[in-house]
Design a protein around this ligand. Structure first.
Ligand code: GCB
Length: 605
C-alpha cells in the first residue's frame, strides 16, 4: 500500500497547491561524493536549470549530455504561516530514475522509478513564514533491478555511460511539475470509481479512503455545474438519471466532489472530473459503452527539442491538435506513464489511452528491435536479480494504476513492452504482474503487453495473460525491407494465419509497425528511408490488417521522430515518425488521415 496519496494536486476550500516550477539551482556530481560534501544542505555553484525539463539538451558539452550519475537540484520555498497545523507535502510529478529529497538538510523522502509521482511529507521539517531549502539528489543510472532496464558502464575516460536496453534517449532529471501542497490533517487519500450503465441511466459506485474517521459525502455535478446525484458514506452508489456518456472523441465530464464533514463543517474537499463509460473485451471486440471500437492512433513518446522528455504544455496541445486532424482516436503511452496533464487532456478530448508501465528493456539487448527480428533466443527472467526487478515492477504497476484509474481515457493497461517471453522463467513473472494489475484496478480494465517480433505464436509462452493481444511488428522494415517487401508480406500473413489458427477469441491490435523515414528524402522509385517507401510500407501493412477480422486496432510507430542513443541504426534519433520532431507532417500523414477518417468507429465490429 502506498504511503502517500496519488491524487493530483488541486486547490479547494481546504487545500492549497503552489507550483514550484521554474528555475532551480543545478549541479552534476562527477565524483559521486555530494553527500560527503554536505550538498544536502545546499549545492555548490550558480548554475540554474528549468523544471520541468530533462537536463541533457541545454548544454553544449557532450560529457554533460551523456552524463550518468547523480544530479542535484535545489530551490528555496516559502511556507506561509497560515499553513501551520496542515500537512505539508512537496510533490514531484516524477524524478528520473530515482531520487532522495532533503529539506533543510533533513532527508524527507526517497523514491525509486522515474515516471510516477511521489510526495515528501515535510510537515515536521519546515519552518513557517520562512524560506526552506529543498535539495533533490536525482540519479539517472540504468540497471537490471529497476525499470526501464539497461546497464551503466565505466569508460576508459572514467566517465560513466548509460546503455539502455531500449530505443529512446535516457532523458532524466525533474521532468515533470513539482508542487508544494498543504492538506488538512484529515484528508481524502484515494478514490475509486466504477461505472455501470442501466438503459438511459448509470450508476457510479465509489469508494473513498481518507486519513481519518469523519463522515464523507459525495456529489456529482454535470458539465454545467448542476447537482445530478449525491450520496453519503465512504462507499456508495451515485445514481445518474439520463446519464451523459463519455464517448470516443465525444467526451463528457462530470465533476465528482468528495467532502469530509464534521457537523456541517467541511474538513476537506477534493473534486475531480470523471467520465461515465464502460470498457470491456468480449470475444474479439473491444467495447466502449457496449459498442465496438477500432483503435487508430499511435505509439508516442514524451519527447521534444531542447526540453527532451520534460513536460511541455505547448507540445502537448500541438500533439492533440495533430491527432485530431489526422483522425486518430487513441494512443499508447509508450514506454512509461506520461505526465498527468496529458491524461486530463485525453479525458477532455475523448481519446483512448493504453497506459504503459515503464517495463521496457526486459530483453537483454542493446538493440532489441534488431535482435528480436533474428529469432535469437534470450533469457531474461532467470537472473539472480529478477526478484528485485519484479518488486520494482509491481510497485510501478501499483503507482500507475492508483494514479490513473479514474481517467475515462484509460481503457487498458500495458504491463510490459517487448519483454523476453520464450523461456519458462517468464511465465511466473508475468503471472504476478498481470494478477496484481487485476487486483488493483477497480474497473478491471483489459490488460495487455506489447509482443516483440520473436514472440511468435509457436514460441511465446506468455500471450495467454493478455486480454488484448498487442503486436509490435516490423515486416517490411527489420524483416525483408525494400524491394523484398513482397516476402515481408508473405511472412507477415504466415504469422497472422498461425495466430488465427490458435483461435484465441481475443482482439488483436498492432501497437507498433513503422518504417524509418527521413523527412528530407524523396526517391522515385522508392528506397528505404524515403517518404515513398514509408507509403509503400503502410499500404502493405494496411492490407494485412484489413484481411483479418480479429485485428481491432492499429497504432503506428511513431507519432513523431524522437531522440535515441546515437548508433549506426539511428540517424540522430528514430525517424519512424508520421510527424517530424518539430510536429510537421511527413507525406504519409495525409495517407493515414485519408484512411483513418474513412474507417468507421466500429470497423470490423
Ligand atoms: C520496438 C520498440 C520501440 C522502438 C521500435 C523501433 O520494437 O518497442 O521502442 O523504437 O521498435 O523503431 O525499432
Amino acid at each position: 500500500m502506498l504511503n502517500y496519496s496519488m491524487l493530483y494536486p488541486r486547490e479547494s476550500v481546504s487545500r492549497r497547491a503552489v507550483s514550484l516550477d521554474g528555475m532551480w539551482k543545478f549541479c552534476l556530481d562527477w565524483n559521486s561524493d555530494g553527500e560527503s560534501k554536505s550538498w544536502q544542505e545546499g549545492i555548490p555553484g550558480d548554475d540554474m536549470i528549468p523544471v520541468p525539463a530533462s537536463f541533457q539538451d541545454f548544454y553544449t558539452d557532450k560529457d554533460i549530455r551523456e552524463y550518468a550519475g547523480d544530479l542535484w537540484y535545489e530551490k528555496d520555498i516559502f511556507v506561509p504561516g497560515e499553513w501551520k497545523g496542515k500537512q505539508i507535502l512537496v510533490r514531484f510529478g516524477a524524478a528520473t530514475h530515482r531520487a532522495v529529497v532533503y529539506v533543510n538538510g533533513i532527508k524527507a523522502a526517497e523514491h525509486e522509478g522515474g515516471f510516477l509521482p511521489f510526495c515528501a511529507d515535510v510537515t515536521d521539517i519546515v519552518r513557517y513564514n520562512a524560506y526552506n531549502k529543498v535539495v533533490v539528489k536525482v540519479n539517472n543510472e540504468l540497471t537490471v533491478t529497476n525499470i526501464p532496464c539497461g546497464q551503466t558502464v565505466t569508460l576508459p575516460t572514467e566517465k560513466k555511460m548509460c546503455k539502455p536496453y531500449f530505443d529512446f534517449f535516457n532523458y532524466s532529471g525533474l521532468q515533470r511539475s513539482v508542487w508544494l501542497t498543504a492538506l488538512p490533517k484529515e484528508s481524502v487519500f484515494d478514490i475509486d470509481t466504477v461505472n455501470e450503465l442501466c438503459g438511459q441511466d448509470a450508476k457510479v459506485s465509489y469508494k473513498v479512503r481518507t486519513t481519518g474517521e469523519h463522515p464523507v459525502t459525495v456529489e456529482l455535478l454535470d458539465a454545467e455545474g448542476n447537482r445530478v446525484a449525491s450520496c453519503d458514506g465512504k462507499e456508495g452508489v451515485l445514481e445518474v438519471k439520463d446519464a451523459h456518456l463519455w464517448k470516443v472523441r465525444s467526451a463528457y465530464l462530470y465533476r465528482m466532489v468528495v467532502r469530509i464533514v464534521d457537523e456541517g463543517e467541511i474538513l476537506d474537499e477534493y473534486a475531480q472530473e470523471i467520465g461515465i463509460r464502460t470498457v470491456e473485451v468480449k470475444g474479439t471486440s473491444i467495447l466502449i459503452n457496449g459498442e465496438p471500437v477500432y483503435l487508430r492512433g499511435f505509439g508516442k513518446h514524451e519527447d521534444s527539442d531542447i526540453v527532451g522528455r520534460g513536460f511541455n504544455i505547448g507540445v502537448m496541445k500541438r500533439d492533440f491538435e495533430l491527432m485530431k486532424w489526422i483522425g486518430a482516436n487513441s494512443f499508447r503511452t509508450s514506454h512509461y506513464p506520461y505526465s498527468e496533464e496529458i491524461y486530463q487532456m485525453a479525458d477532455r478530448e475523448g481519446f483512448l489511452i493504453i497506459d504503459e508501465v515503464p517495463a521496457v528493456g526486459l530483453f537483454e539487448s542493446l538493440m532489441n528491435f534488431m535482435d528480436a527480428s533474428t529469432g535469437k533466443q534470450t533469457a531474461f527472467f532467470e537472473k539472480e536479480t529478477t526478484p528485485i526487478l519484479l518488486q520494482a515492477h509491481l510497485r510501478a504497476v501499483e503507482e500507475m494504476i492508483t494514479r490513473d484509474k479514474n481517467h475515462p481515457s484509460v481503457i487498458a493497461w500495458s504491463l510490459l513492452n517487448e519483454p523476453e517471453t520464450t523461456s519458462d522463467a517468464a511465465v511466473p513473472y508475468f503471472k504476478e504482474v498481470f494478477d496484481r494489475a487485476r487486483e488493483l484496478d477497480p474497473q478491471k480494465r483489459p490488460r495487455t503487453f506489447a509482443l516483440v517480433m520473436n514472440s511468435t505464436p509457436d514460441k511465446c509462452k506468455c500471450y495467454q495473460f493478455s486480454d488484448i493481444i498487442a503486436l509490435n511488428r516490423y515486416y517490411g522494415w527489420y524483416v525483408s525491407g525494400g524491394y523484398d517487401i513482397s516476402t515481408a508480406e508473405v511472412l507477415f500473413r504466415k504469422e497472422m494465419d498461425a495466430w488465427k489458427a490458435l483461435d484465441l477469441n481475443k482482439p488483436f491490435i498492432f501497437t507498433e509497425y513503422g518504417a524509418d523515414t527521413l523527412s528530407s528524402e524523396h526517391k522515385l522509385p522508392s528506397v528505404m528511408w524515403s517518404q515513398e517507401y514509408q507509403a509503400e510500407y503502410l499500404k502493405m501493412n494496411n492490407e494485412v490488417f484489413d484481411s483479418y477480422d480479429f485485428i481491432k486496432g492499429e497504432q503506428i510507430w511513431n507519432f513523431a521522430d524522437f531522440q535515441t542513443t546515437e548508433g549506426i541504426m539511428r540517424v540522430n534519433g528514430n525517424k519512424k515518425g508520421v510527424f517530424t520532431r518539430q510536429r510537421q507532417p511527413k507525406d504519409i500523414a495525409y495517407k493515414l488521415k485519408e484512411r483513418w477518417e474513412s474507417l468507421p468507429l466500429g470497423y470490423k465490429g
